[in-house]
Each structure stands twice: as structure tokens, then as C-alpha cells.
Design a binder for this molecule. Structure first.
Ligand code: ADP
Ligand code: MG
Length: 757
């Protein structure tokens, strides 16, 4: 630990400033404030178009005063000063910072109103240039700012006087993430004081000198100085580069240390046997494995047979056949006398896995409830479902079977992680469809077994390399990149009801055509009834922008759609049925059996069908209010059609206006069936924190300068360096600064606690 970094802020910037910074930014230490980086930099000369101002959020902008007038209010005491601003040459334009890429049609000037704005009246004289900070709103088509904080630039606040005016004009103005009460330039002032009072040269540098030399990095002290107080644009760029690498190195070293730790652990080897359940299963398979499945299967078989734990991520498109691969691995472990646990993101999906795995195993599976009644041991495996919503007696039995080892495969949700579930000999954990399952959760899982178990994480969302290197940096990766034969192409159309209301009827006529041709139809709704939240799986982040939607909009629910379709003329006589997570299990399985058996022609459901449901005769999927779903969820959903060699069609129905930002997701899904492109698109539309998901929670500090998608090269270099450093010095005994930084990154709260205690 470094005394200077952990020092309370009041010691360096004074009590009053420290109190303000703590109140508005929640920052209390020197280190935190030094690492509070500008979001962007403004240049005094350049202006950008006014139409780029994001609305309804805090922005900082430079503008020139066109006119100013003050009038007295009639209704109450006081005055209003209206200041109209624009850019220098009269063209519509302002320099804007912060916020989204919302681009509306807006006029070229901005009207700023101040109530009792005596200072505004005195200082914002025509022709003056100033920084403004506030929320831009639009009123009757006129863009406005009300009572913004402002700072006149022409009496330059950032120079210490006597500066060369040309140099001054080129000097970037840092813009910090500000709040309504604490504008950017006040933060800058405080940080300027900090830079003067802190002994920057004494700060510990986690970047080894060799690397710093190779990269021609600035010193750490210079980097901190120039990122906050650059004289040129080149300054802050170099500073950022250095601090960004710094961040990447700490992150990658943490992961490298983890990999080294995991590799040194001892696991129970689960060697394949010649005459076990797995061999019998392979003989009973109704299809041949794809080359990819066979290759990954070989890798898994070999790793399970070793006495170091397997830690592997299996990526593969929807329908690429991951489950079979996982099941074969589980059977190998069972054959070797161990148990396997399969974790699904929701109870509904766990129940589906349970059904489909028992179906797939056929006579090789024993029902948990019937216990040893079926085939002789060694030729069969007991598959057990264990979820929180099961009746108490059944749940107790399932827990007993897990603890006694009677259950060979236990399927459940993360509830399997809870303390009162124990296993006799847990040899393999499979985590399905969960790309937000972080390092901490994986650790909790590993702790379930006496010896570290083998671990297989499966995801249908292809993960860009850099995300894999960060979020799953402790895992090796395998990919299934071909679909089993017989998959037909899926065509996806966006159906915008706001521009073409008549299409609503056309959808059902289209469904009727499919049904008349002997095929079946899925209709997916975001909700179950008229007052619920649907079957959203917790693994899926809410798509961005949902909150801002019109809350009064009535969304399609299974109940309402079933009612509507029963009277829809074009569907007269068509047998249809609802399916959702809140039905009794018997109702659900009866409905599914009806759909599988083709007596139900049209299934109205929630996202319960997202994973695992496999009806080859289904050719059309209609997703209502498709804007309520995320990209990867839509992609998963449509993977349910086009499975039986018949071409599939997916209709994404939305009532949103064409300009609505959420329509971009739908357009992306309609444009391609390439899961990799979609996941890139998805990540672009999400915030960084969402990308890192669970791995960023649980006390970890968040990344500041590193963008997982943008900085692939930085991450890759840092990863190599980290591997090198940790490889030579696993305990980092000759890199104490790096070790400290890792500990701080992994556990900022503990550090803060130590410091206080
Ligand atoms: P994923 O979990 O990767 O989305 P599944 O494991 O659910 O995919 O497989 C989708 C469907 O494809 C299942 O019905 C499965 O039985 C079938 N399947 C798996 N592998 C093959 C194969 N090699 N050939 C034909 N069908 C396969
Ligand atoms: Mg699957």
C-alpha cells in the first residue's frame, strides 16, 4: 500500500473541497481523484453542429453569445435573462461533450434562460465565449438550457495569466463527468490543486520499467499530470495510452495469476470407460456428431481424464449442438464414479433441460423419483431436477440424492450454489447459456466440491476475443462453428406497425398459410398476463433504452393474444395453446406434447421456448413487441424455426416509430443470422459495465479508460506481458506494485476497509 495514494483527500486539497468532492462524486482518496479522468477534451477553436447536442442529460459545451436580454416577470417578483448562443461564423454549431448519440432535428441556436441571472446579465455579453454546463431540453422545438452553470472563457480561467495566446488557443479543456451541482470546471480546479500538492513522483508504478521502455511510455507522474492538464492534444493522448495500458496490465495480471493458481490445483481424473453409459449413449445417438462436436468432445474427454481441473468455455451458435457435447462429458464423469451438475439461468430452462436430457438419454436415464427401479447400475444414470419451486418433499429427496451420490446428473439453477445443497462427489459443473456468469460465481461453484471440479461454461452468444480474454480470461475456449446438417436458412423481417398498421392483419394471414401448408407457428409475447413482467431470464440484461419507453404502452401478453387470436378470422378453426412459466408443470408438458405431436398448430408463449425447444415442423415465428427483447435473445428465439430442413421465417413485430433507437436492435437482427456479428452489435449497444457483467460486480472496481471492444491490441499486449511476468514470478514477489494494484482491483472494498481499520 502506498501512503500517498490512500491519503484522505482533505490532506491534499483542503477540507472544504474534499467535502464537496465526496458529496458529489463519492470520492475520498487521492488515488480515486487522480483516477477520475476527463471524459473528453474541448478545443477552444473548433465547434461542432448544434444538432449533435444530446437532450435531457448533463452536457458541457462552448458557445458564443449572440444576444442577451433581460425582462421582468409579470406574475411574480424577479427577472429572466435570455441569452441566445451559437458559434463564431454564424453557422449552426456548438462544441458539445458527453452523452449519447441521439441526433434530432434541431435549430442552430440555443436559448439559455436564467432566473434572476444577475451574473449572467453582467458576464454573458454579446460576443463573449463561455462554457456552459446543464441539461439541454427542447421546448416547442426550441433547444434550451435553464440556469446552467457557466464560465466565461475569454478571461481565461485555466491560464495562470501571461500565457502565450496562441498556445492558449490550442490548449485542450478537459471535460469531466460532471453532475448538475458540480460542473466540470470546478472538478478541474480541484484536480489542479491536487496535482500541485501530491508527490506524484512517489506513486508506485505497476508497469515494469522494461515494458515502459519498450512502449516509450510517459512516466506515471507525467501521465497523471498530462491527462488532467494537457497543453496539447498529443499530451492527453499519450497520457491516456499509458494509463490505459496500466489498467489492462493489472486486469490481465489478475487473470494470469488466477490461471496459474487454477493450473496448480489438483482435481480428480475422470477417465472414460469402455462399457459405461457414455458408450451406450454414443451407440444410441440417432445422428452422427458434427466434426466440431467430435473434436470438442475429444478435447473435453482428455481434459476430464487429467488430474488438473478443466476450465473451459464452449461457444456455439444456437442449435450447434452444445447440449450433446456437454451431456457426453457429464456421462464420462458419471461413468468414472463422479457426479455432474448442470446449471441453467432460470428454473423454466432447468426444467426444460431436465425433460430434454431425459428424453435424449431414453432408457439410459433413471427417474429420480423412481430411484433404482429402472435398469441395472452402470448402464443407466439418475437424472435429478433440483429447483427452489419444487414441492418440499420432492426437493428434499433431490437434495438427499445429490448428497448421497444416487443422482448422477443434477440439474438446477444457481440455487445449486446455496449452502444447504451438497454433493457426494461433484466432478463436473456445466453452466449453460450464461454469458454473465462471472469469476466469483465460478469460484462459488468450485467450492461445492471436495476437490476442485472440472468446469464447462457454455454460451450461445459468440464472444469477441477481447471479451473472452477479460470476462473469461481464466478459461480456455472451444468453439462449435458449424450447425448440424439439415438446418435451413431463416429469413427475418421487421414489421413496423407504426408506419403500416394494416400489417397487423397480414401477419395472421401469413400464419394461416404456414398452417395450411402443414406447418406450425410460434407466437412470442413479452408478457404472460396484463400485469406482469413476463418470463425474462435474469441472464439477459434488459435491452438498453427500455426505461425511456412509453410506460403506458400495452404490451402483448400471452393471455390477451390467445384471446385475440381465438376470434381472428384468418385463424378460424386453428388449434392454438398458451405456454408460459407460470403454468402447472403438467399443463406445460401437455401443451408441449401437443405441439410436438402437431395437434397444436400455433403456440402462444413467452420466452420459455428460447432454449431447448425443438420442433422441426415449426416454420414461422412471430415475435410481438420484439423491441422488448435483447439482440441475443431474439437470435436465440428465432433459432427455434428452420430446424427440420424447412426454411424458417421470423417476423419481428414492433409498434415503435422508425426513428426510435430500439429499432436499431431489430434492424440488426433482421440484417444477419451471423451470431458473431450480432454479438458485436449487441455489445456496441450496451454499456461497458453490462459487457463485463458479473465479473465487474462483487466489489471489483470498474474499468476507466479501457474499452473491451475498442482496445483489443492493448489488451492483447498486456495479456502477453502479464503471462510473461506471472510465468516467471507467480507470487509477484519482485513486482510488489503490481501485486498491490491487483489486490486493489480485485477487492477495492477490502482495501478501503483496511485503510479505515
Ligand atoms: P444448442 O444447445 O447448441 O443450441 P442443442 O444442443 O440444443 O443446441 O441442439 C439442437 C438440436 O440439434 C437438438 O435437437 C439436438 O438433438 C440436435 N443435434 C445435436 N447435434 C446434432 C448432430 N450432430 N446432428 C443432428 N442433430 C443434432
Ligand atoms: Mg442449449
Amino acid at each position: 500500500m502506498n501512503a500517498e495514494l490512500d491519503l484522505g483527500l482533505e490532506r491534499r486539497i483542503g477540507k472544504r473541497s474534499a467535502a464537496v468532492i465526496e458529496k458529489h462524486l463519492g470520492i475520498t482518496t487521492v488515488e480515486e481523484l487522480l483516477n477520475y479522468f476527463p471524459r473528453r477534451y474541448l478545443t477552444r477553436g473548433e465547434l461542432t453542429p448544434i444538432s449533435e447536442i444530446p437532450r435531457d442529460e448533463e452536457v458541457t459545451l462552448i458557445a458564443r453569445v449572440l444576444s442577451s436580454s433581460t425582462r421582468t416577470m409579470r406574475a411574480r417578483r424577479g427577472s429572466i435573462t435570455d441569452v441566445v448562443v451559437s458559434d463564431d461564423d454564424g453557422k449552426a454549431g456548438l462544441r458539445v461533450v458527453g452523452g449519447t448519440d441521439y441526433r434530432g432535428k434541431v435549430p442552430g441556436t440555443l436559448k439559455i434562460s436564467f432566473f434572476n441571472g444577475y451574473r449572467a446579465k453582467a458576464e454573458l455579453l454579446q460576443g463573449r465565449r463561455a462554457l456552459f454546463s446543464g441539461k439541454v431540453t427542447s421546448f416547442n422545438g426550441v433547444l434550451g438550457l435553464t440556469n446552467p452553470d457557466f464560465h466565461v472563457l475569454d478571461e481565461d480561467p485555466f491560464s495562470d495569466g501571461g500565457q502565450d495566446p496562441e498556445k492558449l488557443a490550442a490548449m485542450p479543456i478537459p471535460v469531466y463527468p460532471a453532475t448538475a451541482k458540480l460542473p466540470s470546471w470546478k472538478i478541474q480546479k480541484v484536480i489542479t490543486t491536487l496535482l500541485e500538492t501530491v508527490d506524484l513522483a512517489s506513486l508506485p508504478d505497476p508497469v515494469p520499467p522494461k515494458v515502459a521502455e519498450r512502449e516509450k511510455f510517459l512516466s506515471l507522474a507525467q501521465a497523471y499530470r498530462l491527462i488532467h492538464a494537457p497543453e496539447t492534444a498529443a499530451d492527453w493522448k499519450r497520457a491516456r495510452e499509458r494509463l490505459r495500458y496500466h489498467e489492462a496490465l493489472v486486469l490481465q495480471s489478475a487473470l494470469a495469476r488466477r490461471r496459474a493458481q487454477l493450473a496448480s490445483e489438483e482435481a480428480t481424473a475422470r477417465r472414460p470407460v469402455a462399457d459405461g453409459v457414455r458408450a451406450a449413449f454414443d451407440r444410441s445417438l440417432p445422428f452422427t456428431l458434427t466434426d466440431g462436436q467430435a473434436a470438442v468432445g475429444k478435447t473435453l474427454a482428455a481434459e476430464l481424464a487429467q488430474d488438473t481441473p478443466m476450465n473451459r468455455l464452449l461457444q456455439g451458435e444456437v442449435g450447434s449442438g452444445k447440449t450433446v457435447v456437454a451431456l457426453r462429458a457429464m456421462l464420462q464423469v458419471v461413468d468414472a464414479g463422479g457426479q455432474a451438475a448442470l446449471l441453467a439461468p432460470t428454473e423454466v430452462l432447468a426444467a426444460q433441460h431436465y425433460d430434454s436430457i431425459r428424453r435424449t438419454l431414453g432408457p439410459l436415464s433413471r427417474d429420480g423419483l423412481l430411484g433404482g427401479l429402472a435398469g441395472p447400475d452402470g448402464a443407466s444414470v439418475q437424472v435429478t431436477l433440483l429447483t427452489g419451486s419444487m414441492p418440499t418433499a420432492a426437493r428434499k429427496q433431490a437434495m438427499l440424492d445429490a448428497a448421497s451420490g444416487t443422482a448422477g446428473i443434477v440439474i438446477g439453477t444457481h440455487a445449486l450454489l446455496s449452502d444447504n445443497v451438497s454433493f457426494y462427489d461433484l466432478g463436473l459443473i456445466v453452466v449453460d447459456e450464461q454469458h454473465r456468469f462471472g469469476v466469483e460465481q465460478r469460484d462459488a461453484l468450485r467450492a461445492k466440491a471436495r476437490k476442485p471440479p472440472h468446469l464447462l461454461v457454455m454460451t450461445a452468444t459468440p464472444i469477441p476475443r477481447t471479451v473472452a480474454m477479460t470476462v473469461f480470461g481464466d478459461l480456455e475456449t472451444s468453439t462449435l462453428d458449424e450447425l448440424p446438417k439439415g438446418r435451413a436458412p431463416i429469413t427475418t423481417h421487421l414489421v413496423g406497425l407504426s408506419e403500416n398498421p394494416a400489417w397487423a392483419g397480414r401477419i395472421w394471414a401469413r400464419a394461416r398459410e404456414e398452417i395450411d401448408a402443414g406447418h406450425q407457428v410460434y407466437v412470442v409475447c413479452p408478457k404472460i398476463g396484463t400485469d406482469d413482467d413476463g418470463d425474462f431470464s435474469p441472464g439477459e440484461a434488459e435491452p438498453p433504452g427500455l426505461e425511456s419507453d412509453d410506460a403506458s404502452r400495452e404490451l402483448a401478453s400471452v393471455a390477451a393474444v390467445v384471446e385475440h387470436l381465438s376470434t381472428e378470422p384468418s385463424l378460424a378453426g386453428v388449434p392454438l395453446a398458451p405456454l408460459h412459466g407460470r403454468q402447472d408443470p403438467e399443463v406445460k408438458s401437455a401443451t408441449m406434447a401437443g405441439f410436438v405431436g402437431n395437434s397444436v398448430k400455433l403456440l402462444v408463449s413467452t420466452t420459455v421456448i428460447e432454449v431447448g425447444v425443438d420442433v422441426h415442423n415449426a416454420t414461422l415465428m412471430v415475435i410481438l413487441d420484439a423491441d422488448r427483447f435483447g439482440i441475443s435473445q431474439l437470435h436465440q428465439l428465432r433459432g427455434r424455426v428452420g430446424r427440420g430442413g424447412l426454411p424458417g421465417t421470423c417476423l419481428l413485430v414492433t409498434a415503435l416509430e422508425p426513428a426510435h433507437p430500439s429499432r436499431r436492435r431489430l434492424e440488426a437482427v433482421a440484417a444477419t443470422t451471423d451470431g458473431f456479428i450480432l454479438s458485436q452489435e449487441d455489445l456496441k449497444l450496451r454499456r461497458e459495465g453490462d459487457i463485463l457483467g458479473a465479473s465487474q460486480s462483487g466489489g471489483r472496481s470498474t474499468l476507466k479508460l479501457l474499452r473491451v471492444l475498442e482496445h483489443e491490441d492493448v489488451i492483447a499486449r498486456a495479456r502477453e506481458d502479464a503471462q510473461d511476468i506471472v510465468g516467471k514470478d507467480p507470487f509477484l514477489s519482485s513486482h510488489p506494485e503490481l501485486a498491490d494494484a491487483i489486490n486493489k482491483y480485485l477487492n477495492p472494498e477490502k482495501e478501503a476497509f483496511l485503510e479505515r481499520g
